[in-house]
Design a protein around this ligand. Structure first.
Ligand code: AMP
Length: 282
């Protein structure tokens, strides 16, 4: 696997590969890699000639400084996993390399900016767009790979591709959520859970399954309340439980039985904030 820290070095390498006619797949991550990340690498490898993974814990997308500080960093283990997965290139730049100056662009994300994750993590999606704008400009990939685990982020990325000149020919791939046997969605943040919390954490997925199994046309609010109560009874502090239009993320309180739905949960277990989602309709 090729390792690059400098923008000019990886650009030189990738320009050569592109001249040779190779297609480039890109998987941006913040490291502490698990099987969910590796599934993105595998998807890229099955579609593209060269797969580039980036590891960059992006300071601009953390609204909580403690969360940034405690974010797990496991570069050596990550490199081993990427080599095992036969990833071709790892880009792990320093902060100054990604943000050489203080110029801050503002992205118009419409309603997506202030609902759900945006409401509870002000500025988060601006930070996500800032880093992806920079990373896509550096790598100039043909294909990009993101996890459905970050459902709202996927919608933000689609918008970024439409809005930033030069990004409209990048093709986005959304990869299903990889879960532990318990149902818990894999996440780098799971590393911060205690053994007791790891036993409780699958309740988020059980709650999503409950919603999928029970909702019916009509008022949805009582189902949402049952879901919140279930989380609270199991020691969670929910930020939100939302049933939303799967295409727009607009909250649906009364369902016509036709609109495609997704249920989304964000909840704290102790100090660790977990998110998960499940499509409720096929
Ligand atoms: P992160 O390192 O958390 O920024 O995640 C990097 C990419 O991996 C994002 O596109 C995530 O949506 C994706 N990802 C994280 N967890 C999972 C999972 N359990 N299954 C599939 N993809 C995931």
């Amino acid at each position: 696997m090729w390792l690059f820290k400098k923008v000019t070095d990886i650009q030189g390498f990738l320009n050569y590969q592109k001249q040779e006619g190779k297609t480039i797949g890109f998987v941006p991550t913040m490291g502490a890699l698990h099987a969910g990340h590796i599934s993105l690498i595998q998807k890229s490898k099955s579609t593209c000639d060269i797969t580039v993974c980036s590891i960059f814990v992006n300071p601009t997308q953390f609204n909580d400084p403690a969360d940034l500080e405690k974010y797990p960093r496991t570069l050596e283990q990550d490199i081993k996993k990427l080599v095992e997965a036969d990833c071709n290139v790892l880009f792990f730049p320093a902060v100054e390399e990604i943000y050489p100056d203080d110029v801050q662009k503002k992205y118009d994300l419409g309603k997506l900016e202030n609902i759900l994750e945006g409401a509870f993590r002000p500025g988060h999606f601006q930070g996500v767009c800032m880093v992806l704008d920079r990373l896509f400009s550096i790598i100039q990939p043909g294909e990009i790979f993101f996890g459905q685990k970050d459902y709202q982020q996927c919608m933000v990325v689609k918008r970024l591709l439409q809005d930033v000149p030069g990004f409209d020919d990048i093709h986005m791939n959304i990869v299903p959520i990889i879960r532990e046997e318990s149902g818990l969605a894999m996440s780098s943040r799971n590393k911060r859970l205690s053994p007791e919390q790891l036993v409780k954490a699958p309740v988020i997925y059980e709650t999503l399954q409950y919603l999928k199994d029970h909702i019916q046309k009509g008022d949805l609010q009582e189902y949402v309340q049952v879901a919140k109560d279930k989380l609270i009874a199991n020691g969670f502090k929910p930020d939100y439980v939302s049933i939303a239009d799967a295409d727009t993320l607009q909250e649906i309180t009364v369902w016509n039985g036709v609109t495609p739905l997704v249920a989304l949960i964000a909840a704290y277990l102790g100090e660790v904030r977990l998110i998960d989602n499940l499509k409720l309709t096929d």
